[in-house]
Ligand binder design. Structure first.
Ligand SMILES: NC(=O)c1ccc[n+]([C@@H]2O[C@H](COP(=O)([O-])OP(=O)(O)OC[C@H]3O[C@@H](n4cnc5c(N)ncnc54)[C@H](O)[C@@H]3O)[C@@H](O)[C@H]2O)c1
Length: 283
């Protein structure tokens, strides 16, 4: 299953990063979106990201130009007809993703791999909306795409073995490491991060100071960021939504801690509201 042409759906935060790293690895890339202004923003983000390499001296200006020349753009999803691999990076809305995959089912060549970059939606449900669930897989990049080494690869129940292998090969070819995960809520990464954050909320409820919890995780576990700082950055409401999904899937052990519910009810959502585990109003 040789992959040459990669078609990326969505030129946003993740889509432009995926287009960039694929072009850098020599794939012919087409990046699509629904409006020209989003395409322009995506291309500008790619240029800015590559410029960092030029400034650092790790990339020549000529290489940057060659990479950018490898990225075509389109507003027409029918251009996915030539793709060997499609990676969908549209917003995290199941109905939207299902409608995109139904269209891809009509457009793509029979051998094409149809991947979604979803962070949390079930691969099985997206696959089941097509007539070729064996070709559908999750390829979950981390943000920022050009920087993060790990990529979760998530086969659904009906994903074919050769589709899984070809997806892993693609991930390796773009200089990253595939981590194979099962199709349960949160896959591996979000599930573990949510579990860590939830237990950190209980630590605070037990009387630990937030700054001590974060310090311990950073200095003793070598994490770059503490779980409470991370919650403040992501937003307590977003974290709670993620944990509610985990709770539905796994039951009590991932039930959101009462402290988190209390903070969300009180509007203490973190950085975006000025208060969370820390006070941002003075900074
Ligand atoms: N941002 C993150 O940190 C992150 C990390 C991992 C995974 N993800 C997942 O990646 C996906 C994309 O997230 P994002 O942060 O890049 O979103 P984003 O909002 O930055 O970009 C989404 C883009 O998709 C476009 N789009 C919408 N419908 C489309 C269609 N039918 N065809 C083509 N383009 C369409 C939008 O116009 C937008 O430009 C989501 O599923 C998200 O959960 C995000």
């Amino acid at each position: 299953m040789a992959i040459k042409n990669v078609f990326v759906i969505g030129a946003g935060t993740m889509g432009n990063g995926i287009a960039q790293v694929s072009a850098q690895a020599g794939y012919n890339v087409t990046m699509s979106d629904v409006k020209d202004e989003f395409i322009q923003k995506g291309m500008a983000a790619i240029e800015k990201s590559l410029d960092r390499g030029v400034k650092k001296g790790t990339m020549q200006e000529s290489e940057k130009k060659a990479i950018i020349a490898h990225v075509k753009t389109t507003l027409n999803m029918k251009d996915a007809a030539a793709a060997d691999l499609v990676i969908e990076a549209a917003p995290e809305v199941l109905d939207l993703k299902i409608s995109i995959f139904k269209q891809l089912d009509e457009i793509c060549q029979p051998g094409a791999i149809m991947a979604t970059n979803t962070s949390s939606l079930p691969i099985g449900a997206i696959a089941a909306s097509t007539k070729r669930p064996e070709k559908v897989i999750g390829i979950h990049f981390m943000n920022p795409v050009p920087v993060m080494k790990g990529v979760e690869v998530i086969p659904g129940r009906r994903t074919a073995a050769d589709v899984l292998e070809a997806s892993k090969e693609y991930v390796k070819k773009i200089g990253k490491e595939p981590c194979e995960a099962r199709d349960y809520a949160g896959f591996i990464v979000s599930r573990l991060v949510d579990a860590l954050m939830n237990e950190a909320f209980y630590c605070v409820m037990d009387g630990n100071k937030p700054e001590e919890v974060d310090k311990a995780v950073k200095l003793c576990l070598n994490h770059p960021m503490g779980p409470l700082e991370l919650c403040d950055l992501a937003g307590a409401d977003i974290v709670m939504h993620g944990l509610e999904t985990m709770y539905e899937e796994f039951g009590e052990r991932l039930m959101p801690a009462p402290l988190l519910r209390n903070m969300v009810r009180s509007g203490d959502l973190g950085r975006k509201t000025g208060r969370g585990f820390y006070d941002y109003t003075q900074k």
